[in-house]
Ligand binder design. Structure first.
Ligand SMILES: NC(=O)c1ccc[n+]([C@@H]2O[C@H](COP(=O)([O-])OP(=O)(O)OC[C@H]3O[C@@H](n4cnc5c(N)ncnc54)[C@H](O)[C@@H]3O)[C@@H](O)[C@H]2O)c1
Length: 315
């Protein structure tokens, strides 16, 4: 049986495809290439287990009908989403349409076919952390942007399918993820932007005073988490966080990357109301339920990513 990967030509999707192919699993990808690329999957072009790569939209009923008629998917790893926070603030409709309606259409298909859906959500659904404690799955949710709201809505919708129809659903909330194949423009994450600017001999720009913190997870750890959660039956019906359990202030991250205070520039925040000041994951549920733990330190992950950026001449 095949696994359907939505958003499989994007950053995390590309790594999920690679991991499943390395396990000799059969994979079907759908991606509308709004933020992904054919090049991300080019190295797998001749792999017979990449059964089909469809460039289309998950909101397109015709293509979903075609896919679910042709294949009996054992699972669907759902990554397709409009991920840009600023874009969602400028155009909430797009985030809603893409993320909520797209997920609803997919849910209808997995409900009817009995396919397990692994919904990749986000840590941005959480309310501001008021203390130094890490964010567990029990932490209150309170979306600060239409992006976060749309992702939370997809979770709620998926949970209703689990409760109401017993559709096997797994909800994952990875914290900020970085690594090779991530976009290096504003659609990328903070590490990919900082590394690119450093390698281009540009200053690192920080929005606000740089005291906001992030729990940054290397892509291979994130993908191991997604795969473990997709395989273990204990994960069904659960919401599970993944992160390193350690956070770093953005100004300290900039210092770690560039080691030159003069190249760090602070600028006015463009959406302070949607900034989450402290993001540190409590990954203990993932450890307990999936026996998953991150393997890469921040320093190791950054070094790997920087080597990749240089060697592939991506800058
Ligand atoms: N990168 C992170 O730090 C991070 C952290 C937590 C959660 N996530 C979640 O993981 C998922 C993947 O994120 P990513 O960083 O790889 O982003 P990405 O933009 O690189 O990947 C998303 C992919 O989905 C595709 N897509 C978007 N809308 C689509 C649609 N309607 N139909 C078909 N394809 C569509 C895009 O073209 C893109 O290739 C997202 O759901 C995101 O919310 C990401």
């Amino acid at each position: 049986m095949e696994t359907l990967i939505t958003g499989g030509a994007g950053f995390i999707g590309r790594w999920v495809v690679q991991k499943l192919l390395s396990k000799n699993e059969r994979v079907v990808v759908i991606d509308n290439l709004s933020n992904g690329s054919r090049e991300n999957l080019a190295e797998f072009r001749n792999n017979p287990n990449l059964i089909e790569f469809i460039v289309d939209d998950i909101c397109n009923d015709k293509i979903l009908n075609y896919l679910f008629k042709k294949y009996t998917f054992s699972k669907c790893i759902h990554l397709a989403a409009q991920i840009n926070v600023q874009e969602s603030i400028d155009n909430p409709h797009k985030a809603f349409e893409n993320n909520v309606i797209g997920t609803y259409k997919l849910l209808e298909k997995v409900r009817k076919s009995g396919t397990k859906l692994i919904l990749v959500g986000t840590c941005l659904v959480y309310d501001l952390a008021t203390s130094n404690s890490a964010i567990s799955e029990e932490h209150k949710t309170n979306p600060m942007s239409p992006y976060a709201a749309s992702k939370l809505a997809t979770e709620e919708l998926a949970l209703s399918y689990y409760n109401c129809y017993k559709t096997p659903i797994v909800i994952l909330r990875p914290f900020n993820t970085y690594g090779p194949f991530q976009k290096t423009n504003s659609e990328g994450g903070v590490i990919s932007i900082f590394l690119t600017r450093k390698l281009n001999n540009q200053n690192l720009m920080i929005f606000g005073d740089g005291t906001q913190t992030r729990d940054l997870m290397y892509i291979e750890d994130c993908v191991d988490f997604i795969i473990e959660a997709s395989e273990k039956k204990e994960a069904i019906g659960e919401i599970i966080n993944a992160g390193t359990g350690k956070d770093i202030a953005i100004k300290d991250l900039a210092r770690l990357i560039i080691q030159d205070e003069n190249k760090i520039v602070y600028q006015k925040h463009h959406h302070p109301q949607s900034e989450i000041m402290k993001l540190r994951c409590d990954p203990s549920k993932a450890k307990k339920l999936l026996n998953w733990e991150p393997k890469f330190t921040l320093e190791e992950g950054i070094a790997k990513f920087e080597r990749w950026l240089k060697s592939y001449n991506r800058i």
